[in-house]
Each structure stands twice: as C-alpha cells, then as structure tokens.
Design a protein around this ligand. Structure first.
Ligand SMILES: [Zn+2]
Length: 432
C-alpha cells in the first residue's frame, strides 16, 4: 500500500486510471465519496465513480474498487447512491457579496445563497478599498466560506480612481479563500452609447497594469469598446510581451469577426454570461445595438467556444436579474447552463433564430463554470476539475446534467457543496 501510494499513476480498474497524489500527502483519506457519477472535467479520465479527500485536497479519483481500497478505519465513507459529483462551480463575474444588498443579502446571506447553488468560487468584480477591507475582515473571522477572487475597479463610468492597484501585488493570496484576481475597467455603458476612456489614457492604464503583471478585465459591450480595448491590449503586448497575460473582456456582447480573431491572437479570455441577452433583448437600447451591426455579432457564445479564445462563464449576480425588475437573484449554475443550451430567458422570452445558432452543448457549458473558469483566474492547477492535488471543492447534484432532458436542467438540486473538503451546504444529510 505504502509503495503504491507513492506512485503518481497506477493503471487499474474498469473505469481506467486511478489517479493518486504523489507522495505529498501521506496518510489515509479522511473521506471517500463513492458509488457516484463523477464528472471530473479532466480529459484523461472524464468519468469516475469515487473520489478520496485528505487535508482539503483530492488525493484519488477512480473506480469504486480502486478508491475504496485506500480506506482505513478513520476514513469516513459516503455513499453517493448514484448521484452526481463534480467540481464545485466557479462564477467568474459576479457581485454576490459586493452588491448583494441590492436584493436584500448581507455578506453572510450572499455567501450562503452562493453556496446553496453549488458555487465554491466566485470572482467579485467590483472590490474597492473599503470592500477589500470588509472581505479581509470576513475572511479573518472565518466567514468567507467560499473562495473569492477580488477585482479592483479603476473607474466607474467617467469617474476614475487612479492607479491604486500599484499598492498591491498581482494575484496576492491573503488566504486560501481570498485572493486578488486583477483590475477592472469599465469601457462603455448604455449598450455602447456612452464611452468612458480616451484611447491614449486607456493605453497608458492597460500598459502600466500589464507591465506590473496584473490581469486586466474590462467591461466591454459594443464593437467600438472592443476596438478600444483590443488596441490598448495590443499596444501593451507590443511594448512588453507576455504570452500568458490572459486579459479578459467582460460581457463581450457585440464582437465582429476580426475582433474575435484578434482576441485569440492576443491570448485573451472572453468572460460571458449565458443569461445575456435573455430578457435584456427587450430592454431599451438593445435592439439599437443589434441594429448597428450584424445580428451574428451579438452574444456569439458558440463562436467563442469554438474559437481559440478561452471562454469562461458567469451570472453577474445580482445585476442580470435586477435589470429585468425581478427582485430575487437566480444565480444558479444549472440555470445558467440551461440558458447556454437553450438561450431562453429567466422570464421565458423565446430566443430569436440568430440566438439559436449560438447555443452550446451541456458539456461545453459545464466547462464555462468549471475548468475553463479556473483558467480565467490562473488557478487551473488547483481548481475546476477533479484530480489529485487539487482543492477538494465539490458539488453533489441530484442528477447528471449531461444526461437529463434539457428542460430538467434548472430543476437539478444541489445536495451538497464542499469547499476545501469542508461541507458548507448540505441539503441531504445522508451525504454530509
Ligand atoms: Zn458585473
């Protein structure tokens, strides 16, 4: 046993490869989840039956026989009873904590709400100095029960906040639950009729952040905003080449073919909300945006996923739902996956033909909220899939999203949410 424990990979079992953590985590698993449908999001072993956890990390993934063989007297064994276990979901762009008060959530309620929907990581996209202090205090007090990437805003509309990112270290981790993701710019508003930056000023800002190693994220709606942003990123890359800068465009509503190609060339990430346009398609200004170009340039999620532009998914909670006047945020990854696959809105507005052409498969949509999302914050080595050495960030679902009828996706229940091996949400006590 001790010998095989120290092997990186052991070829055994009907499921295929039993993956073991090499030598760094001695001792038996604390918990084994078995008899499940395990969606690993790992290309080498996409399906498994069991997962073993120790010290907040995954130590083995494989068949029931192989993983249960690691069991010792102190190991807690959880029978999944055929239910689905997958990586905890990652919401790449949201305001759960920062703006949760808009829908009646204080920080604790916002965190509880996110956990209950299966999120184990969220990127908070507007964390100013005051909000960063609050997150740090919450974390220090043990109240930050999921992982947060904080994005520091540099402007809001025409108000500029200066170069305050210079006082911080890019991607600094305050703890395993709180980290600086990057900086956030807003380039346009009101469906691309209101612009906030002169090109030269934007170029200077993006270059100064890029040169210091910051990931830049930018709220970009219109093709004009994408022109501005891509120009600034291209100039920063020309001045200071970094092939792995992963600068992100947030929302990416109107994107021409040449811009999609250029994003790929610049190694950029598209951060999308599958819930868009949804009900917003009927909002004042949206039809005008569509009319300013080709319908095929709008919310082209399929084109992005099929391209070499890394694409990540999010809910923008609570803003997407607030925008259509519904006071309670949905913010469920399963609902977002349903929207990606059907392009239906929260309120049942049917999609146009040009939207139907941009539907994703469930497998593609799942990646947006797991492994590809981990790429969006440079955390693909610790998050987003089930593999030895990664955080034991897990969600247990009542059903398998890759096999249920599409209409049944939003009704899948999140039975448990586990962050770093710790059960943080439990709706079925047989599992927790
Ligand atoms: Zn947002």
């Amino acid at each position: 046993m001790r010998l095989s424990w120290r092997l990186g990979v052991v070829l055994v079992g009907c499921v295929g490869i039993l993956l073991l953590l090499p030598a760094t985590s001695p001792g038996p698993p604390e918990v084994i989840y078995h008899n499940g449908v395990v969606l690993t999001l790992e290309d080498g072993l996409p399906r498994a039956e069991a997962v073993a956890v120790r010290n907040g990390r995954i130590v083995a993934v494989g068949s029931d026989d192989d993983v249960l063989a690691l069991r010792r007297s102190a190991t807690r064994v959880v029978d999944l009873g055929g239910r689905t276990l997958l990586p905890g979901f990652i919401d790449s762009h949201a305001h759960w904590i920062g703006d949760g008060s808009m829908v009646g959530y204080n920080a604790d309620l916002a965190i509880e709400a996110a956990l209950s929907r299966g999120w184990t990581s969220i990127s908070e996209q507007f964390v100013n100095g005051e909000r960063l202090d609050e997150l740090r205090a919450l974390d220090a007090a043990g109240g930050l029960r999921l992982r947060v990437n904080a994005y520091l805003p540099m402007n809001f509309e025409d108000e500029k906040f200066g170069h305050w990112f210079r006082g911080f270290e890019p991607r600094h981790a305050y703890s395993p639950h709180l980290r600086l993701g990057g900086i956030k710019l807003f380039l346009d508003h009101d469906w691309g009729t209101d612009f906030h930056w002169e090109q030269a000023e934007l170029d200077e800002y993006v270059l100064s952040a890029h040169r210091l190693g910051w990931q830049v994220t930018a709220h970009t709606i219109s093709a004009e905003a994408h022109d501005q942003y891509l120009t600034a990123v291209a100039r920063a890359q020309a001045a200071h080449p970094n092939p792995d800068a992963r600068h992100r465009a947030e929302h990416v509503i109107q994107l021409r073919d040449d811009q999609l190609t250029r994003m790929g060339e610049l190694g950029m990430i598209a951060s999308i909300q599958p819930g868009i346009p949804g009900d917003l398609a009927a909002e004042a200004g949206f039809p005008e945006l569509v009319a300013r170009g080709e319908t095929g340039w709008i919310a082209r999620w399929r084109d992005l996923v099929d391209s070499d532009v890394r694409t990540i998914g999010s809910t923008d909670t609570p803003w997407l739902v607030l925008a259509v006047g519904n006071q309670m945020p949905h913010g469920s990854p399963l609902e977002a996956i349903h929207q990606a696959v059907t392009r239906q809105s929260h309120l049942g507005r049917p999609p146009e033909d040009w939207q139907l052409a941009q539907r994703l498969t469930v497998d593609q949509a799942l990646r947006l909220f797991t492994i590809d999302a981990a790429d969006g914050t440079f955390e693909e080595n610790v998050k987003g899939s089930l593999a030895p050495g990664k955080y034991a960030d897990l969600a247990i679902l009542s059903d398998n999203p890759t096999t249920v009828a599409v209409d049944a996706l939003p009704a899948i229940q999140v039975l448990a949410t586990i962050v770093g091996g710790q059960v943080e949400h439990c709706a079925d006590t047989t599992l927790c």
